[in-house]
Design a protein around this ligand. Structure first.
Ligand code: ZN
Length: 491
């Protein structure tokens, strides 16, 4: 295969990558193989979750690999805003601070506000200094590459288990072509009853024409002019049968035209609210709840005061303290060191369970998780670790109190750090306040998840109604006594 690889630079950067942290065996070699032998298209907007599945590695290894590879300039990370209805890349952003969350797709007239966990995708494209691919210069792509590969994400399926959305679009395509400025092109084909969409993928303008079931035998000639950023047509009524379109581009820019005929039976059954089904992808929430991302890309911040919505975020608060007994017994300095020692192990447990520490406030820690089950696993491990630690050091040395809640939140930049804002965060902090030593408090929104009930079924669970400070309504909360079974056993 003919490729444009800077082998020296690739080897050099891979060596740095290999030494940057410990990787599972052969992982960096897999990346080298991927960079060296893939098609141009496969190295464009790489989905690290797809890479993980194809290479039989864990999702978090895959994400970390591409984050490190981007940090070392092997890849470039982009934030993509996707159209929920068609999977078109509405806009790409190099950095989070330039990203906006308003989706408008002129192809499907879809209008929506994106959330970090909804239609915002992080992708990785090979750096042109490492290997040049055709997609680095979209202006040089063929028309079909430009429409079906550059525009539409391959991660979007038309329906569950269905074909790629762009393939489905391919199957209703009558013709495609670039039309240079001041150029005229003709397209001739048979039409049937349905909706003909003539769409320009460079300026994002379209023309929708209903084709009547009546058949014209003589053939029809339709003139279309693209002028002043819009299409003008000489004939509003088009019948089924042979049609010759002449499209004249009277604008200053090139057009990338696609002509699609959606059959009337599909038009009749079209659900306006239907969305594409996405293969697992790295959404903004997963990225922001990755400790590696937070460590490596500290300057990736959200701009402005409004922040970006997260539909469903799990927030865990802990409060870790040396007990009075410990301070009495060993003195302040030693107690402080013991607490710090355990603080480090707490951070490791959070990262191991795919969470990220947002901040520490005194002895308290705020962490976020994309998956609520991971937060509960982390919480139980933290308490169990602590019990073991206390047993080793003879007595109740360190106390931990944990609270978990999940819900919507707003990701914002506060004090030069990615942080979260909103009632979900307040509630999580308040339920943590209810906890005593070796107790986890979880709210109803966390408890109602079946896998979580399975996970905590071995512990004593006490349901309560709680009035939390600053929260108007009483809430259903659950006290999980993690420490109890352990301490009983140790007596
Ligand atoms: Zn769309």
């Amino acid at each position: 295969m003919e490729t444009n690889i800077n082998t020296g630079l690739l080897k050099e950067n891979l060596k740095i990558l290999q030494n940057s942290r410990s990787w599972s065996d052969g992982l960096v070699d897999k990346l080298e193989e991927f960079i060296s032998n893939s098609d141009d298209y496969d190295l464009f907007r790489v989905n690290p979750l797809r890479f993980s599945i194809e290479n039989d590695i864990s999702e978090s290894d895959g994400i970390d690999l591409f984050l490190w590879a981007s940090k070392l300039n092997l890849f470039e990370m982009n934030w993509e805003l996707l159209c929920p209805a068609c999977g078109d890349h509405i806009q790409s952003f190099r950095h989070l601070n330039t990203m906006q969350d308003k989706i408008f797709c002129s192809l499907c007239q879809c209008e929506q506000i994106a959330a970090l966990d909804d239609w915002i995708q992080a992708t990785f494209t090979i750096n042109s200094k490492i290997r040049h691919i055709r997609f680095h210069q979209p202006e040089n792509l063929s028309i079909n590459e430009f429409i079906f590969q550059y525009h539409f994400t391959r991660d979007a399926k038309a329906y569950e288990g269905g074909p790629e959305k762009s393939r489905l679009l391919g199957s209703v395509t009558k013709d495609t072509a670039f039309i240079a400025r001041l150029e005229k092109k003709t397209f001739e084909f048979d039409l049937q009853d349905g909706l003909l969409i003539i769409y320009d993928f460079l300026n994002n303008r379209g023309l929708n024409l209903m084709i009547s079931p009546e058949i014209s035998i003589d053939g029809q000639a339709v003139d279309i002019t693209y002028v002043k950023n819009d299409f003008e047509i000489n004939q509003p009524q088009i019948n089924s049968g042979r049609v010759k379109f002449t499209v004249e581009n009277k604008s200053d820019s090139r057009l990338a035209l696609g002509l699609f005929l959606i059959p009337s039976e599909i038009v009749a059954n079209m659900d306006e609210d239907a969305t594409v089904i996405m293969d697992p992808y790295l959404d903004g929430k997963k990225l922001l709840t990755s400790q590696t991302f937070r460590d490596l890309f500290r300057n990736e911040l959200i701009q402005g005061n409004e922040g970006i919505n997260v539909k469903d975020l799990t927030v865990l608060f802990t409060d870790l303290k040396g007990s009075t007994e410990l301070y009495d017994r060993v003195g302040d300095l030693k107690a402080f060191n013991l607490v710090n020692q355990h603080f480090e192990s707490l951070a490791k447990v959070i990262v191991r369970n795919r969470g990220a520490i947002v901040k520490t406030i005194g002895d308290a820690v705020m962490a976020t998780f994309a998956n609520p089950l991971d937060s509960v696993k982390a919480a139980t491990e933290i308490v169990e670790d602590l019990n073991q630690f206390n047993r080793q050091h003879g007595g109740e040395n360190i106390i931990i109190k944990i609270g978990i809640h999940k819900g919507s939140s707003i990701a914002v930049t506060l004090n030069d750090r990615l942080d979260y804002f909103g009632q979900t965060v307040n509630v999580a902090a308040r339920v943590q306040g209810l906890a005593d030593a070796e107790e986890i408090y979880i709210t109803d929104s966390v408890y109602e998840i079946e896998e979580i009930q399975d996970k905590i079924s071995g512990y004593t669970i006490i349901p309560e109604r709680a009035k939390l400070k600053g929260i108007q309504e009483e809430m259903d909360v659950y006290k999980v006594l993690i420490g109890n079974s352990q301490s009983t056993m140790s007596i």
